[in-house]
Design a binder for this molecule. Structure first.
Ligand SMILES: CC(C)(COP(=O)(O)OP(=O)(O)OC[C@H]1O[C@@H](n2cnc3c(N)ncnc32)[C@H](O)[C@@H]1OP(=O)(O)O)[C@@H](O)C(=O)NCCC(=O)NCCS
Length: 214
């Protein structure tokens, strides 16, 4: 059965999510990108995909059979908000299933586990036995090495590198180009700044930056 997907959000991150879904469709998956929602409900199309309303319209569109699945297409630059988690719950409350989007140019090991609603962007690599939670962003060219454990609503930003066995708790943000060395734990809702090199565990809610990260 065709999965009719809505992207929740129409900003910069949504452009990449939409492109990822279009690549998945071109690769032959039975998916249809029905549109995106935003706060106005009347935004201009993005990559040819129409705005079909606001988040408040989702239950009606789902009930009418126009949508079956959703993906949260709102990004983040730090772990200072639960917006992405709330949008995930709103999509489910509307009666839609979360869609996991794996770009055909991502490499995901057969023994890795990818949670519902998670997006893995082009050039990302997810290595064996990694376990990735729900509504996670594994952004462009990010590397998740073997045995990493990633919670829900996490953002691993473009080019970030997690060495083997790293644990990211729910809602973390690992910034663009950051490096986390092996077997460390980044606590719930912590932020790792862009370009940081993390060599010690990071406490929940903390923000660390620099090399070595403090
Ligand atoms: C760490 C971060 C969240 C801090 O944001 P902020 O609180 O708005 O920071 P500010 O720009 O006010 O800077 C505060 C201080 O931190 C420093 N700083 C900011 N970002 C830094 C970084 N990535 N590495 C090292 N130092 C940094 C600033 O130079 C400034 O230092 P000063 O007080 O000595 O002048 C942000 O800079 C960052 O790196 N976010 C990640 C971006 C990302 O991953 N984007 C992905 C989008 S897809």
């Amino acid at each position: 059965m065709t999965r009719r997907i809505v992207c929740i959000g129409g900003g910069g991150h949504a452009v990449v999510v939409i492109d990822t879904l279009q690549a998945i469709a071109r690769a032959g998956a039975d998916v249809e990108l029905a549109g995106f929602t935003d706060e106005t409900g009347a935004a201009q199309p993005v990559l040819g995909v129409p705005c079909i309303g606001t988040d408040a319209d989702l239950p009606r569109l789902a009930a009418a059979g126009r949508l079956t699945h959703f993906i949260v297409a709102v990004g983040s630059t730090r772990a200072d908000s639960d917006l992405r988690a709330r949008l995930f719950e709103a999509g489910k409350a509307a009666g839609l299933e979360p869609f996991a989007a794996l770009h055909p140019a991502a490499i995901v090991a057969g023994s890795a586990t990818i949670g519902v609603g998670t997006v893995v962007m082009a050039g990302a690599v997810v290595q064996p036995r990694a376990v990735i939670g729900r509504n996670v962003i594994v952004n462009t060219r990010a590397a998740i090495d073997h045995d990493c454990r990633i919670g829900d609503h996490v953002h691993v930003a473009p080019g970030a590198v997690l060495s083997g066995g790293v644990r990211l708790e729910d809602g973390c943000h690992v910034g663009t180009g950051a490096v986390v060395v092996q077997n460390l734990r980044i606590g719930r809702g912590a932020t790792v700044a862009a370009g940081a090199t993390v060599i010690r565990d990071v406490a929940a809610g903390a923000m660390v930056r620099g090399t070595p990260a403090r």
